[in-house]
Design a protein around this ligand. Structure first.
Ligand SMILES: *Cc1c(COP(=O)(O)O)cnc(C)c1O
Length: 464
């Protein structure tokens, strides 16, 4: 299995290099050269297996020669051991044909833990065999930073620096980052906005000498292996609801298109996924695109579902690559136009392929609160703002009667207590295992918005 870039001009890489590479050198994203598939017999054999075994079975064809399936099964078992539910990703029925897939049982209460807990361990494994070290530098507006820190804490070959805008993340989000007592983890409260943090990270990556000296690397959702690991919960949910013999739909609250692209990959691997329903908040670039066939940029509006407050869905590039028949030149053309004009239009055939599988629905702030309130009243389940948007999209999608639909619960309601309280009148309880964090000692460095100061801080803290 080799990996190619969506823009067709970067070197072809193997699994380990794709794991460590961020963006491809031509600015594209890595995808498998060909989609591996599982037979109906293999899919049926996943029924009733522990989650870690399913995850290993699904990831193994992407890493042949790099990590054996048995080693992957061990690695996943280890990665998910501390999760708050024995099933790891349990399904809960909330309607006659509607299920919730709970993906918030990891250490930071959002679905990003499912991929990052495994990716952190894969990093360590590959770096140890190559006798190499890396320095992860990332900017966060909340969720990604804590998930990355939890995944990479205490890893021998990795140092982690996370920049967040001082005073602009919630207390729970800040504490999830700053109370991690690990020598290789460093939180920086930057005197600036989230955009300043992102610009700072970019500036460090563009400083070639600094980048090479500290072997800088990233863990954002453009990393292919993060997506590949996420295929597992689509596989497990499909099998639990009757795959390979029963067709199924998923509804996914979507920002960068990383999570839902894993569902697409699951379909290509042979899981009988009939429909993928996107939910978006007021930042609805994707749902507008599905309606008009035109991708047009608009300013970001802050909402109660901040993890979906994004302007450009970077992972959509992978879907575009498939829709235009894997033509890297065409992808480059479209995205060059997008950068120049802030818009591009997709032609009939490519758009037809996308519409045959996806539909999208947008939910505003009042609608989001209403869904949280109604789901609680009807089922007793508390859902977070992101999850509510996926649920509404599932309900609005015109699916074959009787086809099961699974909505992804991407965050725990306690992660967004203010919005949930607004909807139902009380604050959701933080899971027991997170209580200690609220009184633990915080470790954080305040720094000015100045590249030299941040670089000096990093240079002084990296180990080895
Ligand atoms: C990151 C995130 C999303 C968006 O996922 P994408 O892969 O970016 O589409 C949705 N909900 C929550 C809670 C998230 O943290």
């Amino acid at each position: 299995m080799r990996y190619v870039s969506t823009r067709g001009q970067a070197p072809v890489l193997g699994f380990e290099d794709v794991l460590l590479a961020g963006l491809a050198r031509d600015g594209g994203l890595y995808v498998p050269e060909a989609w591996p598939s599982l037979s109906a017999v293999e899919i049926r054999s996943l029924s009733g297996r522990p989650y870690a075994e399913t995850a290993a079975k699904v990831l193994a064809p992407y890493a042949p020669g790099a990590v054996a399936e048995a080693d992957l099964a061990k690695l996943f078992a280890e990665a998910y051991r501390g999760f708050g539910h024995v099933a790891v990703a349990p399904l809960k029925q909330i309607g006659s044909r509607h299920w919730l897939l709970e993906l918030f049982h990891g250490p930071t209460l959002a679905f990003k833990d499912y991929a990052l807990q495994a990716v952190g361990r894969l990093f360590d494994r590959v770096l140890a065999t190559r006798n190499q070290r890396i320095t992860i530098v990332g900017a966060t507006s909340g969720d990604t930073g804590s998930a990355a820190i939890e995944a990479l804490r205490d890893r021998a070959s990795v140092d982690v620096f996370i920049l967040f805008p001082k005073g602009r993340v919630s207390e729970v989000q800040r504490r999830q980052m700053t109370t991690v007592a690990a020598d290789n983890v460093h939180c920086v409260a930057l005197d600036g906005t989230f955009d300043d943090c992102q610009d700072m990270v970019k500036a460090m990556f563009n400083d070639q000498a600094f980048r090479d000296r500290h072997t800088l690397s990233a863990v954002n959702s453009i990393n292919w292996v993060r997506i590949a690991v996420q295929i597992a919960y689509y596989a497990a949910a499909s099998v639990a609801l009757g795959a390979p013999d029963r067709r199924i739909a998923f509804a996914v609250p979507t920002g960068n298109f990383g999570n839902v692209f894993a569902a697409y990959a699951a379909k290509r691997m042979g899981f009988p996924i009939e429909r993928l329903v996107l939910g978006s908040n007021s930042n609805d670039i994707l749902t507008r695109f599905l309606g008009t066939a035109e991708m047009t940029m608009a300013p970001v509006v802050p909402t109660m579902s901040p993890s979906m407050d994004i302007q450009v869905s970077s992972n959509f590039e992978r879907m575009l690559f498939e829709a235009v028949g894997r033509d890297g030149t065409r992808v480059t053309e479209l995205l060059t136009r997008f950068r120049k004009d802030s818009r591009y239009k997709l032609d009939g055939e490519a758009m037809g392929q996308i519409r045959a599988l996806f539909d999208g629905h947008r939910l505003d702030e009042a609608g989001t609160l209403e869904v949280i309130r109604r789901v609680y009243r009807e089922t007793g389940e508390l859902v977070d703002t992101h999850t509510a948007i996926g649920i509404a999209a599932a309900e609005r999608s015109r699916l074959d009667p009787g086809m099961p639909v699974v909505s992804l619960a991407t965050a725990h309601p306690a992660k967004f207590p203010d919005a949930v309280e607004k909807a139902v009148g009380f604050r959701p309880k933080l899971p027991e295992r997170l209580h200690a964090m609220m009184t633990a000692k915080e470790r954080v460095q305040d720094l000015p918005n100045d590249v030299k100061a941040v670089q000096a801080f990093i240079a002084g803290r990296v180990r080895g």
